[in-house]
Ligand binder design. Structure first.
Ligand code: SAH
Length: 265
């Protein structure tokens, strides 16, 4: 049973994502982990240990496991950016995962992949229960907080010309914060066909490269895992252009949502 007064581990894949959180931390102390700086301190009065893991499932999983063991953390959080899969979502919207899936893990037939639960034999229910789901009471509490969160509009200088506004929520509607399913795999998704397939096959809202790997670590260690992702791109044919353009502007959105939900964790 983790100590309920212990710190939460927060894993960010990239420096921009960690910087957005560090700005709001106090009582900062640093340690070294795998050659990178781990930042210990408080986020709005809550003890946290924040690490930049590097991109991908292995980097984030090993970081999560080491943070949990070295600092005796009571839970694991992933905070950062993602590509949107659901055509109803726009850059700057934020998804909190109630369900996490490793979309690149399973049995590859010719063109189709049958997902399996990672880390266990692909037998019986492990062929069906491939998602790591949040406990229902935690998901419900987070959903109640999510609808109350208002994020500031993205800076005007990032607005695309009027002809390209499909990626952006029409002015005045505000940025959404919602519960959803997030997919993780060791691929940056930059294809409209793959975006459509992942959205349809998994009924998922966003795709990134770490969350479901950390969920697998949490399942092994008996720790809750909460993933918060603000959309930097929509995973389609423009994502390679949108990602670098929006990453620094949307990373603070994930940090802002985490600060609002941290008291529920
Ligand atoms: N800047 C890095 C690449 C980052 S990969 C480089 O140039 O090497 C993208 C990162 O943001 C990952 O950590 C992933 O979790 C998230 N992400 C954002 N959009 C994504 C997308 N369309 N597909 C997959 N991951 C995405």
């Amino acid at each position: 049973m983790p100590d309920s007064t212990a710190a939460l581990a927060v894993i960010c894949a990239m420096a921009e994502e960690k910087a957005a959180l560090k700005e709001h931390m106090s009582f900062i102390e640093t340690r070294d982990l795998l050659g990178r700086t781990v930042t210990l301190g408080q986020l709005d009065g809550h003890d946290v240990v924040v690490a930049e893991s590097g991109v991908g499932k292995v980097a984030s999983a090993v970081t999560a496991a080491l943070l949990a063991r070295e600092f005796g953390c009571r839970g694991l959080v992933v905070s950062g950016v993602a590509g949107g899969l659901d055509p109803d979502l726009h850059i700057g919207d934020t998804v909190i995962a109630h369900s996490l899936v490793q979309h690149d893990y399973g049995h590859q037939h010719d063109a189709t992949l049958t997902p399996f639960r990672p880390g266990v034999p692909p037998l019986g229910s492990n062929r069906r229960d491939y998602a790591f789901d949040l406990p229902r009471d935690l998901a419900e509490r987070l959903a109640r907080v999510a609808v109350e969160i208002a994020l500031p509009d993205l800076p005007d200088d990032l607005l695309p010309p009027p002809a390209e506004t499909a990626d952006r929520r029409p002015a005045g509607l505000g940025r959404r914060v919602l519960m959803g399913r997030i997919l993780s795999g060791d691929q940056f998704i930059n294809s409209e066909a793959v975006r459509r397939r992942l959205h349809t096959e998994f009924a998922a809202q966003a795709v990134e490269m770490e969350g479901a790997a950390v969920a697998q670590v949490g399942a092994l260690l008996g720790l809750p895992v909460v993933v918060v992702r603000c959309l930097s791109d929509l995973a389609g044919s423009e994502s390679h252009l949108d990602f670098p353009r929006f990453v620094a502007a949307v990373a603070p959105g994930a940090a802002m949502v985490l600060r609002r939900i941290i008291r529920e964790l």
